[in-house]
Design a binder for this molecule. Structure first.
Ligand code: DX5
Ligand code: ZN
Length: 226
């Protein structure tokens, strides 16, 4: 993976057909996705369950770009090796997932995988200032994690701006996750985000047999930002 700050769209397969993950990943990439965002939930850290490392491993061959794995699980450390072995390019853990996020990020990087840190809406930007020299990505949650299709929390835009300034020249992606659509994408991009996760706004109206809608939806987000 090389680093640049060009705008990227990372469709979340949480909003895709769970019976067709491989085809969905290929379809959304063929329609112009920059990364593929994979939401792992444990029913403990967040009030929903999705899937684990074996599913990530199964999806991996169908992703040519970047497999961006968002762990909404606690604890994290016992599972890092499994997600790295499954082929994740980036593993993101939540700062709220345990008392030792520093150790978690060290452990992720030790696998050779890029490390990301995510912040829930109630967590201030300052929670990651001591971590910025050991991460490749900061993810600002603009909904409470657990479900797709929730309403964007506008108060998070200021936090994105703060983090953009804290990151400075470091080669760190600033990702935004939750409620990103044609209305909210321009706000977060203007605040400094470079990776936009979008689930429902990308997969809405399409399917693996009618994937054109994915391309149109992503183009509408890009057009809204420019
Ligand atoms: C929420 C997930 C998000 C979610 C985004 O817990 O981390 O990635 O899928 O979905 P939308 O774009 O529908 O808010
Ligand atoms: Zn996510």
């Amino acid at each position: 993976m090389t680093f640049d700050r060009n705008l990227k769209i990372a469709p979340s397969i949480l909003a895709s057909d769970f019976a067709n993950f491989g085809l969905e990943c290929a379809a959304v990439e063929a329609q112009g996705a920059d990364w593929v965002h994979v939401d792992v939930m444990d029913g403990h850290f967040v009030p929903n369950i999705t899937f684990g490392p074996d599913t990530c491993r199964a999806i991996r061959p169908h992703i040519k770009t970047v497999m961006d794995v968002h762990l909404m699980i606690a604890p994290v450390d016992p599972f890092i090796a499994a997600f790295a072995d499954a082929g994740a390019d980036i593993i993101t853990a939540h700062v709220e997932a345990g008392p030792h996020i520093h150790r978690t990020l060290q452990a992720i990087r030790a696998t050779g995988t890029k490390a990301g840190v995510a912040l829930n809406p109630g967590t201030p930007a300052g929670a990651v200032t001591s971590l910025l020299d050991m991460v490749d990505l900061v993810c600002v949650m603009t909904v409470n994690p657990g479900f797709g299709g929730q309403k964007f929390i506008h108060a998070q835009v200021e936090k994105i701006r703060e983090l953009r300034s804290l990151i400075g020249d470091r080669p760190i992606h600033l990702e935004v996750d939750g409620g990103v659509d044609t209305q909210t994408a321009p706000l977060v991009a203007a605040a400094g985000a470079d990776v936009l996760v979008a689930g429902s706004a990308v997969f809405r109206g399409g399917s693996v047999s009618e994937p054109d809608a994915y391309g149109k939806n992503m183009q509408a987000i890009r057009d809204a930002v420019v």
